[in-house]
Design a protein around this ligand. Structure first.
Ligand code: SAM
Length: 372
């Protein structure tokens, strides 16, 4: 079976492979996995092994892993090994990349029922040395520091996390990246659950929505257009407002202008929205007064206690993965203090202990939480 040994940093030779990939072979495999978890496979006779690791960002991570696992299994099967016959282990994954561990487990659990799990979380940076012959995974780790190549390593505590962001880049990843209609499940949730619940419970009360950490605001315009469309269709009479906030003042000021460069895909997919709620001139979208009146943009740091209350839904997407658990809990508590009952919160993947500690109810289909 695959075993595990923790090494001191200096006991380890430097890694020959880095970042995203699947490494396959009969000789020892040396991989720099940064703060990401790694999935190890080994033929029971030790003739061949593989290490699979991905440092992709939230949206691409799942797909990248599925592809890597599938390709690796194909290679094993060409050598006469089936998934059922392989030995499997997972290790690594710093606290702030723990959501990756959960995702990876979710993906590989289908094929491998008997997975050994090793290593602890923490803000560590790791190099693994996996010997398929002996089945030993030797791991050296050191406290992560901002100079490491891994994007998640930019000293991400509640105090310093925002620094990585406000500097614009977190280790090579553009941390302000955003898109129109980005988190698809939140739009489905609005249509299927949140707006119906609001209209059933409090049809005359204002429908308040918070786009927290909205970056350049494409997200806020997307929600405003979508909510406007749904309320109009439902012949609802309640007023509505999208409150959009971000810590970065430059982005907030830009968002207020309502002018965007849209890419080809966005234009192809959302042309009807852009034309209905603004003007589309080449690749430039200019949102009109009709929709802008429903959105307010302000600077706000998620660390602060929100003064505004009564939100039916809060979406804080693609931010939590850059913070540690203490910060995440703190942000979630802030959101909980700001929502109505029932209130709906989307923050992307979260670890179960935090969800339980805060008493949040999971709405699995929509990947979000309900506050009762
Ligand atoms: C990757 S973007 C995500 C934007 C958008 N939510 C989306 O999913 O497309 C992350 C945003 O979070 C903001 N941010 C990071 N830490 C923050 C904090 N403590 N308070 C408010 N905004 C923060 C950054 O300025 C950046 O605009």
């Amino acid at each position: 079976m695959i075993g595990f040994k923790l090494l001191h940093e200096k006991n380890h030779s430097s890694a020959t492979h880095k970042g995203t990939g699947a490494w396959f072979g009969s000789k020892p495999i040396n991989v720099d996995i940064g703060q990401n978890p790694v999935f190890l496979l080994r033929a029971p006779d030790g003739s061949v092994g593989a290490a699979i690791s991905s440092n992709d960002s939230a949206n691409a991570y799942k797909q990248a892993l599925i592809t890597l696992v599938k390709n690796t299994l194909d290679r094993f099967s060409r050598g006469g090994f089936s998934a059922a016959s392989l030995e499997a282990a997972m290790l690594g994954g710093a606290e702030n990349a723990r959501w990756k561990w959960d995702r990876m487990l979710e993906i590989v659990r289908n094929d491998f029922t008997n997975i050994k799990k090793f290593d602890e979380g923490g803000l560590y940076y790791r190099i693994i040395h996996f010997d398929p012959k002996s089945g030993l995974a030797a791991v050296s780790r050191k406290k992560a520091n901002p100079d490491d190549w891994n994007p998640a390593s930019a000293k991400l505590s509640i105090e310093s996390g925002t620094k990585g962001f406000s500097e614009g880049h977190a280790g090579g990843v553009v941390a302000n990246a955003t898109r129109f209609f980005r988190e698809k499940t939140t739009f489905t949730a609005l249509r299927e659950v949140v707006i119906p619940a609001h209209l059933a419970e409090t049809p005359d009360a204002p429908f308040l929505f918070w786009s927290a950490a909205c970056s350049a605001g494409a997200e806020a315009y997307s929600y405003a257009m979508y909510i406007h469309r749904l309320l109009t269709r439902a012949k609802a009479t309640c007023p509505f407002k999208v409150f959009a906030t971000d810590i970065n003042q430059k982005l907030v000021e830009g968002a207020k202008t309502g002018v965007y460069k849209a890419n080809k895909n966005d234009i192809g997919e959302y042309r009807a929205y852009f034309r209905r709620y603004g003007e589309l001139d080449g690749d430039t979208v200019r949102f009109g007064k009709e929709i802008r009146q429903f959105i307010s943009f302000n600077t706000f740091d998620l660390k602060q206690r929100p003064r505004k209350k009564g939100f039916r839904m809060v979406v804080c997407a693609n931010v939590f993965q850059y913070y540690d658990d203490a910060a995440r809990s703190h942000f979630l508590e802030n959101f909980m203090s700001a929502v109505t009952r029932p209130g709906y919160i989307f923050v992307g993947p979260m670890r179960d202990p935090i969800i339980h500690a805060l008493g949040l109810k999971k709405l699995t289909k929509y990947k979000m939480f309900m506050v009762e």
